[in-house]
Design a protein around this ligand. Structure first.
Ligand SMILES: NC(=O)c1ccc[n+]([C@@H]2O[C@H](COP(=O)([O-])OP(=O)(O)OC[C@H]3O[C@@H](n4cnc5c(N)ncnc54)[C@H](O)[C@@H]3O)[C@@H](O)[C@H]2O)c1
Length: 385
């Protein structure tokens, strides 16, 4: 059952991240005018405002000027998108901050998508063993997923998010006005995690998504506001059961073991969400093969992902089973040499035979499923040609 919130532009509502170290989560549409009032309640000496150049021009400048009119505030840029989540950028960012006189009382502000939030959150966690930071997410993933986690990370040479730590923001400021200009592929990437939340923990949430989603992503301001709000609540419900993000919260990785491997093989050509959408389909096929969910449940995955969300491109034809299996072995969620999976027991519930919501599956079975999936995708490519 969904809780609703009235759409009142300019009105801020306050949620909490429900984590072991919770942060206030301010949410609304067109709420910029309230930002400095909230900032006034914190103690700090200076703000370092980090963003991407194009986001600064789109929205960041307006917020930056409001802050800079009252407080010492320095503007800093990071590379666009995933390109910022690497050690050289992290090192440069940290050293620049030291050179510019960052103190233990300074705040870093991350204005951008999940990537800006991740690298600036990590920098904040490392400088002087941890200084304060604020997240202002501008993407669907940022507003409904990455900021509802205290996990900060950069990528390594062999996989995503290999190096990081847990560091909670002082607060999160989520203004759905920003979502209007987000590129479609990025917006879909955020929504796919909401679809995932339905599959792993709340079948009725899929009914809600079925009524609001459309593959063109045509949403009014009010619909976009409500969609973001509902996806946030769907993740908070899961976090309430595991504020440490270390036990039940692992179900949020549904489809991600396959997805991370695909994303890694695509080397930036495919978004995180699109890779996860393929990963969820493979995970559904696997759960069906293991006798848990039905072919109809598998079809529901394809329907929600392809027909309702519009992630309908087949997996690139050059990805092989061997590559995908090898990439999974490097995945950061592996335990020793074993790859284990989040497996659906039925729609809205994950299988938990070993007490940690991860399931050991015979890798020959996994390999067969991956091979069949890749073959079906190549068939789709031939049909499209
Ligand atoms: N910490 C976590 O638990 C967690 C959870 C989910 C995702 N993540 C991480 O988040 C990242 C993905 O986040 P993302 O999808 O926001 O990617 P992103 O930060 O790369 O943003 C996607 C693209 O959209 C652009 N963009 C963002 N907001 C915009 C707006 N309002 N208008 C126009 N363009 C806009 C960005 O410039 C970028 O090109 C990945 O690195 C992923 O690993 C972390």
């Amino acid at each position: 059952m969904q809780t609703t919130t009235e759409f009142i532009p300019g009105k801020v509502i306050t949620l909490s991240t429900e984590l072991a170290k919770p942060s206030p989560f301010y949410f609304g549409f067109d709420i910029e005018d309230e930002f400095v009032n909230v900032l006034d309640t914190y103690n700090f000496d200076k703000i370092f405002f980090f963003t991407e150049q194009h986001l600064f021009e789109l929205y960041g400048k307006a917020l930056y000027e409001k802050i800079a009119a009252k407080y010492p505030c320095s503007l800093e840029f990071v590379p666009n998108g995933e390109a910022c989540k690497y050690f050289p950028v992290l090192e440069r960012t940290c050293e620049d901050l030291i050179a510019k006189g960052v103190s233990k009382k300074s705040l870093l502000l991350a204005f951008g998508g999940g990537t800006v939030g991740n690298i600036i959150g990590l920098a904040a966690g490392l400088i002087y063993r941890g200084i304060g930071y604020i997240e202002v997410p501008t993407s669907m993933t940022g507003q409904t997923d990455s900021t509802l986690s205290n996990k900060q990370a950069v990528n390594g040479q062999t996989g995503k998010n290999h190096f990081g730590l847990y560091h909670s923001p002082m607060f999160i400021w989520s203004d759905t006005k920003y979502l209007k200009t987000e590129p479609p592929v990025s917006k879909r990437s955020g929504i796919i995690e909401g679809i995932k939340n339905g599959f792993i923990s709340d079948a009725s949430f899929l009914d809600y998504l079925d009524t609001v989603l459309n593959p063109e992503l045509n949403f009014s301001d009010e619909e976009l506001y409500d969609l973001a709000y509902q996806i946030i609540l769907s993740k908070l419900e899961i976090l309430k059961q595991d504020p440490s993000e270390k036990h039940y919260g692992i179900v949020l990785e549904y489809g991600h073991t396959f997805g991370h491997a695909i994303e890694w093989l695509e080397k930036g050509k495919m978004s995180h969400g699109e890779a996860v959408s393929h990963g969820m389909k493979i995970a559904a096929e696997l759960a069906c093969e293991l006798g848990f969910i039905s072919p109809k449940d598998v079809a529901l995955h394809y329907y929600m992902i392809e027909e309702k969300l519009g992630f309908n491109q087949p997996l690139p034809p050059y990805i092989t089973t061997e590559q995908l299996m090898n990439a999974m072995i490097c995945d950061n969620k592996k335990t020793g040499e074993d790859i284990r999976f989040v497996i659906l027991e039925n729609i809205g519930k994950c299988y938990n035979p070993e007490g940690d919501f991860l399931v050991t599956v015979d890798l020959n079975v996994v390999e067969n499923i991956v091979t069949q999936f890749i073959a079906s995708q190549q068939h789709d490519h031939q049909l499209a040609a």
